[in-house]
Design a protein around this ligand. Structure first.
Ligand SMILES: [Fe+2]
Length: 523
C-alpha cells in the first residue's frame, strides 16, 4: 500500500533527482541507474545521545540545500547505514536501512543499540552510488563501572555572520568522549547588512545569512542547511557524539513558555515555535523520545558515565515564566523577587532534584543555558545594580530554591552558555552573598560577538562588583573538561580571531575544582 502510494507521487523529474537504491517502489533496474543531480549528503553526518551500548546516527538528504524541499522529491527514500568496529571498515558491527521521510525533511535518526561499552565506532550512510565520509563516534562506559577519567567539550552560540567556525575545527582535533552543545546552533534573524558591536561601532561581517527572519518550517530548514554546510562544524560532528540542547535563537530571541518578545499573540508564537522545534529535531542527532509533538519536545535528559559523572541536560526555555521587568539588562524590579516564576518548571525541577539525590556518581554536571550567578552587569559607575533578566538573575526565588537543593552535595558543576564570554565563579546562596554550594563555568561562543572584545576596564569593574566571580575572558572558543574522581579541570580554549580563516587556538586559563569543595582555582 505504501509503495503504491509513493509511486504515484514520484514524477519523472523526481526519479532523476532521487536516489538510485532509495526510491521506494522504483524497479530495481531503474534504481541502479539513477543518480542525484547533486551530492545528497551536503549537510554532513552526525552522531549523538550516546549510551553505554549505542548512539544515534544522523544525516539528511539535501542535494539542493536552499530549495524548498532540499532538492528532494516529496516521497520517502530508503538510506543504507553501516556501523563499523574499525576505522578501516573491515568489521561491520551493524547495518541496516532507514527510511527518510519528507515529513521530516528527509532527515534520518537511526538509534543503534547492542554495541560494546566504552569504545569507538565508525559509521557512514549510502544511497544509490552516493556515500558519506566516515564519522567517528563512541559508546559510553557502563553506568556504575569505576572510571578514572573522562574528557568532554562544551560549545555553542555560532552566529554564522559574525565569523568563521574555526573553533569547531580545533575542537574536532581534541580527543573528547562527547561534546555538549548548549544552544544557539542557529540564529533566526535575517542577513544583517550592517552589523554593530556592543559599543555601537560597525563590526566585520564575514558572511551573510540566506533568507529572511525564520518563521516557517521552510525558513528554519534553510537556515540549518546553511549552517550545516560549514566544513568546520561538520568536522566537529564527525569527530565525536554530541548531546545537544537548544537555547533561544533556535526559535526566537528570548522566548519563554508563554512569551515571545516580538509577538504579542501567544497563539502565533506557538505556531512559530512548533516550526522551529520540528526543524531542530530534524537537524540534531536526537533520539525518537525527543521528537516534537504538539509544539513541544522532551529535551531535558540524563546520561551517566561510569561511576564518575552524571550529566543532567536541562531545558531552560520551554517551561520558563516570562522574564521580569522588560526582560533585558536593567535594574532590579519587583518581579525579580516574586516567588512564583520558574525557570525549569515544576516537573523538570523535581526530576533534577531526584537525579541529584541518587548519589551514584562522583560528580554531577548540570548542563544548562543561561547564567545562574546573579551577576551585577554594571561595567562602570552606575546608580543601581543591573541584572540580565533573561538569566537566572531575573528569577531570584527559582535560583535560591535550586541552590538550596544543591547545598551539601559538594560535587556539582553547573555549566552554561549564552553569554558569548567565559565566566567562572562560585554559586552562593542569598543572591551571591551567602554560602557557596556549587561552581559555575560559562562557556564562550564559537563565533557570536565576532572579534570584538570587552574592554579590560569593564571586565575589571564586573569582577570587582561580583566577589563570587573568579574569572572572565572574552575570546571565541570552547571549553574542555577533564574529570577524575578527585578533580575537575576546565580549560578555556580561545582562538585569536575569527574574521579570517585559520585562527590559532590556545588555552586562556584553567579552572580547577577539587571534589567536595564548591570552590575553584584559576591558573
Ligand atoms: Fe548566543
Amino acid at each position: 500500500m505504501l509503495e503504491a502510494q509513493s509511486m504515484t507521487m514520484i514524477s519523472r523529474r523526481d526519479l532523476l533527482i532521487g536516489a538510485g537504491a532509495g526510491l521506494i517502489g522504483a524497479p530495481a533496474i531503474l534504481r541502479a541507474q539513477q543518480l542525484f543531480t547533486a551530492f545528497p549528503f551536503r549537510l554532513g553526518i552526525a552522531s549523538g545521545d550516546p549510551s553505554h551500548d549505542g548512539f544515534v546516527i544522523w544525516t539528511r538528504l539535501c542535494p539542493d540545500p536552499f530549495d524548498e524541499h532540499g532538492g528532494m522529491p516529496t516521497a520517502p527514500v530508503d538510506v543504507d547505514w553501516v556501523v563499523y568496529e574499525d576505522e578501516a571498515m573491515r568489521r561491520v558491527a551493524q547495518k541496516g536501512v532507514e527510511r527518510a521521510w519528507p515529513e521530516l525533511g528527509h532527515s534520518i535518526h537511526v538509534e543503534i543499540s547492542g554495541l560494546q561499552p566504552d569504545r569507538p565506532y565508525w559509521y557512514r550512510f549510502m544511497v544509490g552510488r552516493e556515500k558519506t565520509v566516515l564519522g567517528r563516534t563512541r559508546t559510553m562506559p557502563l553506568p556504575g563501572k569505576p572510571l578514572a577519567h573522562i574528557r568532554f567539550g562544551v560549545a555553542g552560540c555560532q552566529h554564522y555572520e559574525d565569523g568563521y567556525f574555526t573553533a569547531f575545527d580545533h575542537l574536532s582535533r581534541e580527543d573528547v568522549a562527547f561534546v555538549w552543545h548548549y544552544g544557539d546552533y542557529i540564529y533566526e534573524d535575517r542577513a544583517r547588512q550592517v552589523n554593530y558591536g556592543r559599543d555601537g561601532s560597525p563590526r566585520v561581517h564575514v558572511r551573510d545569512h540566506v533568507g529572511t527572519d525564520c518563521y516557517t518550517i521552510g525558513d528554519y530548514r534553510r537556515r540549518y542547511a546553511q549552517y550545516k554546510m560549514d566544513p568546520d562544524l561538520q568536522s566537529a560532528h564527525l569527530a565525536a557524539p554530541w548531546f545537544t540542547t537548544f537555547d533561544d535563537h533556535e526559535v526566537v530571541d528570548n522566548w519563554t513558555a508563554t512569551t515571545s518578545p516580538y509577538q504579542s499573540r501567544p497563539e502565533l508564537a506557538a505556531i512559530r515555535r512548533a516550526a522551529a522545534m520540528q526543524a531542530y529535531y530534524e537537524h540534531m542527532p536526537l533520539r525518537r523520545s525527543s521528537m516534537p509533538t504538539g509544539g513541544s519536545m522532551q529535551l531535558y535528559r540524563r546520561a551517566q558515565f561510569g561511576d564518575l559523572l552524571k550529566a543532567h541536560f536541562l531545558d531552560t526555555r520551554q517551561y520558563r515564566s516570562a522574564q521580569p521587568c522588560t526582560g533585558s539588562f536593567e535594574p532590579i524590579c519587583a518581579g525579580v523577587a516574586d516567588p512564583r516564576p520558574t525557570v525549569l518548571g515544576d516537573a523538570q525541577e523535581a526530576w533534577l532534584r531526584e537525579g541529584l539525590s541518587a548519589k551514584d556518581s562522583h560528580w554531577n554536571l548540570i548542563a544548562q543555558q543561561v547564567m545562574m550567578m546573579p551577576l551585577d552587569r554594571r561595567t562602570g559607575a552606575g546608580p543601581a545594580e543591573l541584572r540580565n533578566m533573561d538569566s537566572w538573575g531575573g528569577y531570584d526565588a527559582a535560583r535560591e530554591r535550586l541552590l538550596g537543593s544543591l547545598d551539601g552535595l559538594g560535587n556539582i558543576v553547573v555549566m552554561t552558555g549564552d553569554e558569548h564570554q567565559n565566566f567562572a565563579g562560585e554559586l552562593r546562596r542569598d543572591a551571591g552573598r551567602g554560602k557557596a554550594v556549587a561552581v559555575e563555568l560559562v562557556t564562550t561562543s564559537i563565533s557570536s560577538g565576532g572579534n570584538q572584545w570587552i574592554k579590560p576596564e569593564a571586565a575589571r569593574y564586573i569582577k570587582a562588583a561580583n566577589p563570587f566571580l573568579r574569572y572572565s575572558s572574552d575570546r571565541r572558543g570552547y571549553v574542555l573538561c577533564d574529570v577524575t574522581p578527585t578533580r575537575w579541570q576546565a580549560s578555556f580554549r580561545g582562538v585569536d580571531q575569527i574574521t579570517a580563516r585559520g585562527g590559532a587556538i590556545s588555552t586562556l586559563a584553567t579552572a580547577t575544582i577539587e571534589h567536595g569543595r564548591p570552590a575553584l582555582r584559576i591558573s
